[in-house]
Design a protein around this ligand. Structure first.
Ligand SMILES: Cc1cc2nc3c(=O)[nH]c(=O)nc-3n(C[C@H](O)[C@H](O)[C@H](O)COP(=O)(O)OP(=O)(O)OC[C@H]3O[C@@H](n4cnc5c(N)ncnc54)[C@H](O)[C@@H]3O)c2cc1C
Length: 813
């Protein structure tokens, strides 16, 4: 082994091999891959070999599509067989709701370059002559989906990487990670030490225990995953399409002369092993016929030939799962130089090639090359690595591959990991909670006698009228929202101003009490985050961002700190609860609790001050995410309940009601307020998003990302624009993830949507491609729009400006 490498990759499964190849393809020299056993002998060895590409977000679709592109050329590049074949894939539906889901997913996949054709029962029968399909009402066909021989593919990619200069070593177990002053410096094997500035853990289900050796908890849990292989059908049936039958939680394909029948059971079994054995290579767990009984029955019904053939082999392979079913990719925020690329949730072949390509660019460019948030390791809080939580949650995650992908669907297992200080109060008042970043947040409030449980559908769900009441209260009287999940940082010290000036695109060197909406940008000028920065002292700021952004923002801010910088960044998220009191009556309600003058003159919009409400001192911030007069109150955690009760008691005569996050979503979309992660991401710039007003181009300290943004402003201009859409028809419900047509041509997609109760129709934010001329208010409004609602086109109006109160008269009063 060499004494030094530029990048050490630990693990030679499909992920590690793909990464070695992609790094070398970018010209990186000195790439070393260490595999404790044999390349492709881990989970990759027993994968079923399907490379599917139907995903509903741009990021996931792109990653899967790039995998297929890589695998397709590996045989030629390596000279080794990979088993790659475009067998195509079918997903079949037994019920109308499933067709809605497939149409929704298919149209979005199409937007991101993956061809999806809707097919009827006759075409399905023609493609699956051996299947019994009486109950099938339709499906979708992806002609370009492929299959591979997984371990052969891993070996071929490893060979292709070797040809490009990588050193791939088998039988080399990494036993230790070396670090110095919080930075990774290399690895040790039993025989050697290799110095390296970059180490990537591609250790599959071993990643958790290995990262734990240096004190990191990685949120992944091995889960048993099952398929069976039939005895020979007497001919090669490899060309049979990979067929998914989600209503039965099964899939099947041809593997040589055998039928492969696999399952994504709704309830699955975490592998409760204390430590994954180091030598778990080319090995399986014991067959579990009992757990496979229901899928087997379904399979026997769907494929009657199986009854005659019988089963030759039961494959029970462990695979790692995360709390949300997406992989873990990216740099560990607490340890620069240490990256993770693992936990592929039974889609590792579909993902690895594309993920490795993106991660290689991330490693070389030192930041994600495009929006990778859905797979970014920083999207989880440290609490979500708790073993009990992971084991509980993992019972459900495998099944999500096939359960109905309803909008806003919540996990049922592994809940109540943590709540806000107001959890019990809100639960007693009928709150229906949803989980974000491991935190329980109120989504809506049930009426007395109504169960606070969501009844899912693609249309109006059972909370539609509850949210309407909360929304209308915020617009006409007042509503109180528990927004305690906000990520909160205190940034202080002599260099606080200069660090934030460099990190933030807007001017943050403002007067004491000033509140600034700003972005932190990547070098490409895209959103690393958006946040609110408040000046709370000469050298002190309070920085607030979205619930899920906590870990990512902390890591990003640290990029602007070095040993010579005198600044402290403290996470104070859990020290304060946050109540948003929003609506035209909010001033009167709060004024009755304080002597501080809350008039517009004394306490204008975008300012903050310490205020005593009753007996409690809070930081009051005149700000709104719902487009109404209102204050966000940061309350010491222990005093949150008493103040909440006081506000509620005082507010009731003024029409104050509890409101949940669904109401916030509907209110903010009417105002066109963007949400980071959903609407604006690391793939989008402020100019594209219409947020150029929050960029201080000429402040004394140039902000990070300015050069790229200037180039866009003064060069070719944005290639896409964010618009608000309002449907003409008051009936359909938009959720986000719908295709948009402009003048009859496919031209964009919605990023989030909700029913706008004030507007009386669904409202959404959407990206529109810029074709020939730049998009101005006039050209946007002149065109005709339609939104694809599960195959039906709903006419809509588009605008660059907010559809509700564009003059902000309700906010600045
Ligand atoms: C039954 C089953 C069917 C599946 N079917 C499909 C499918 O059809 N399509 C699909 O896309 N996905 C499928 N998957 C998922 C897919 O197999 C995995 O997601 C993928 O193989 C994971 O690859 P990996 O490289 O992350 O992990 P692995 O293949 O497990 O590789 C990790 C490697 O790291 C090595 N390692 C660990 N620790 C160390 C160390 N300290 N030092 C050196 N080396 C180390 C291990 O030996 C191992 O070789 C399936 C999974 C299962 C269980």
């Amino acid at each position: 082994l060499p004494e030094e490498a530029s990048v050490v990759i630990v693990g030679g499964g499909i992920a590690g091999c793909s990464l070695a190849y992609q790094l070398c393809a970018l010209g990186v020299e000195g790439v070393v891959l260490l595999e404790q056993n044999q390349v492709g002998g881990g989970t990759t060895w027993h994968a079923a070999g399907a490379v599917g590409r139907m995903r509903t977000t741009a990021t996931l679709a792109r990653l899967n599509d790039r995998s297929a592109a890589l695998y397709a050329r590996m045989e030629a590049e390596s000279g080794l067989a990979t088993g790659w074949m475009k067998a195509g894939s079918l997903t079949i539906a037994r019920q109308p709701e499933r067709m809605i889901q497939l149409r929704r997913a298919g149209s979005m996949a199409g937007r991101f370059g993956v061809d999806v054709d809707e097919v009827g029962p006759d075409e399905i029968r023609a493609r699956l002559p051996m299947a019994q399909l009486e109950d099938v009402i339709g499906g979708v066909w992806l002609a370009d989906d492929g299959i591979v021989d997984p371990p052969a593919l891993a070996q071929a990619i490893a060979e292709a990487a070797r040809r490009l200069g990588a050193l791939v070593v088998e039988g080399a177990r990494v036993t230790e990670l070396m670090e110095n002053a919080g930075r990774v410096t290399g690895v040790r094997t039993p025989d050697a030490a290799i110095r390296a500035q970059t180490v990537v853990l591609c250790c599959g289900m071993w990643t958790r225990q290995f990262a734990a050796t240096i004190g990191f908890d990685v949120p992944l849990q091995p889960v048993e995953h099952h398929y069976v292989l039939s005895r020979s059908v007497g001919e090669d049936i490899t060309t049979l399409p990979v067929t998914r039958d989600p209503d039965a939680s099964i899939y099947f394909r041809g593997k040589g002369d055998a039928l492969l029948l696999g399952a994504f059971q709704r309830v699955s079994k975490p592998w409760l092993v204390d430590r994954v054995p180091d030598d778990f290579s080319f090995r399986l767990l014991e067959p579990d016929w009992e757990h496979f009984a229901v899928p087997l029955d379904e399979g026997l019904r769907r494929l009657p030939a199986l009854q005659e053939l019988g089963i030759e082999r039961f494959v029970n392979g462990p695979e790692s799962f995360t709390p949300d079913g997406n992989p873990l990719v990216g740099e560990m925020p607490e340890m620069p130089g240490l990256y993770i690329c693992a936990a592929f949730n039974s889609s590792g072949l579909a993902y690895a090639g594309g993920v490795a390509e993106a991660l290689a660019q991330w490693i070389v460019g030192k930041e994600p090359p495009f929006d990778l948030w859905p797979v970014d390791v920083r999207r989880f809080s440290s609490r979500q690595s708790d073993l009990d939580y992971l084991r509980n949650r993992s019972v459900e995650v495998l099944g999500t591959h096939m359960r109905m992908a309803y909008p806003n669907v919540e996990f049922e297992m592994g809940r109540n990991l943590r709540g806000t200080p107001l959890y019990d109060e809100l639960a007693a008042r009928g709150a229906s909670f949803g989980e974000k970043h491991g935190l329980e947040r109120p989504n809506w409030f049930a009426r007395p006698g109504q169960r606070p449980v969501i009844e899912y559908s693609f249309g109006r769900q059972n909370w539609f009228d509850n949210t309407r009441a909360e929304h209308i209260a915020a617009r006409t009287t007042a509503a109180v929202f528990d927004q305690s999940g906000f990520a909160k940082y205190r940034v202080s010290g002599p260099d606080a101003v200069s660090v934030l000036q460099r990190a933030c695109a807007n001017e943050v060197d403002v007067n004491l009490g000033g509140v600034v909406y700003t972005a932190m940008l990547t070098a490409r000028g895209t959103f690393a985050s958006d946040l609110t920065v408040m000046r709370t002292g000469a050298t002190e700021y309070l920085v607030v961002s979205g619930t899920a952004q906590a870990v990512a923002d902390r890591g990003w801010l640290r990029r602007f700190v070095n040993s010579a910088t005198n600044v402290r960044i403290e996470d104070v998220t859990d020290e304060y609860a946050v109540l948003g009191i929003m609506g035209p009556n909010s001033r009167e309600i709060l004024q009755s609790l304080t002597d501080t003058d809350l008039s517009n003159e004394a306490f204008p919009f975008a300012t903050t001050d310490i205020v005593t409400l009753g007996h409690t001192q809070v930081r009051a911030i005149r700000l709104t995410y719902v487009g109404e007069l209102g204050w966000e109150l940061h309350i010491p955690r222990d005093e949150a309940v008493s103040l909440y009760r006081a506000v509620l008691g005082t507010g009731e005569p003024y029409g104050l009601v509890n409101g949940g996050h669904y109401a916030i979503n509907s209110l903010r979309l009417e105002k066109g307020y963007r949400a980071w992660g959903a609407d604006i991401t690391m793939s989008d710039t402020p100019l594209e998003a219409g947020l150029g007003f929050a960029v201080a181009w000429d402040k004394p300290t140039p902000f990070y990302g300015r050069d790229a943004l200037l180039e866009q402003r003064d060069g070719s201009g944005p290639r896409k624009r964010m618009v608000s859409l309002v449907l003409d028809d008051p009936e359909p419900v938009l959720w986000g993830g719908e295709l948009v047509y402009r003048d009859g041509v496919r031209a964009g997609h919605t990023t989030s949507g909700a029913y706008g109760y004030t507007l009386g129709a669904s409202v959404a934010l959407a990206w529109l491609d810029v074709s020939d001329a730049p998009l101005t208010s006039a050209t946007v409004e002149a065109a005709a729009y339609e939104v694809d609602v599960a195959g039906e086109r709903a006419p809509a109006k588009a605008s660059l400006a907010s559809p509700f109160d564009p003059q902000r008269s309700r906010v600045l009063c």
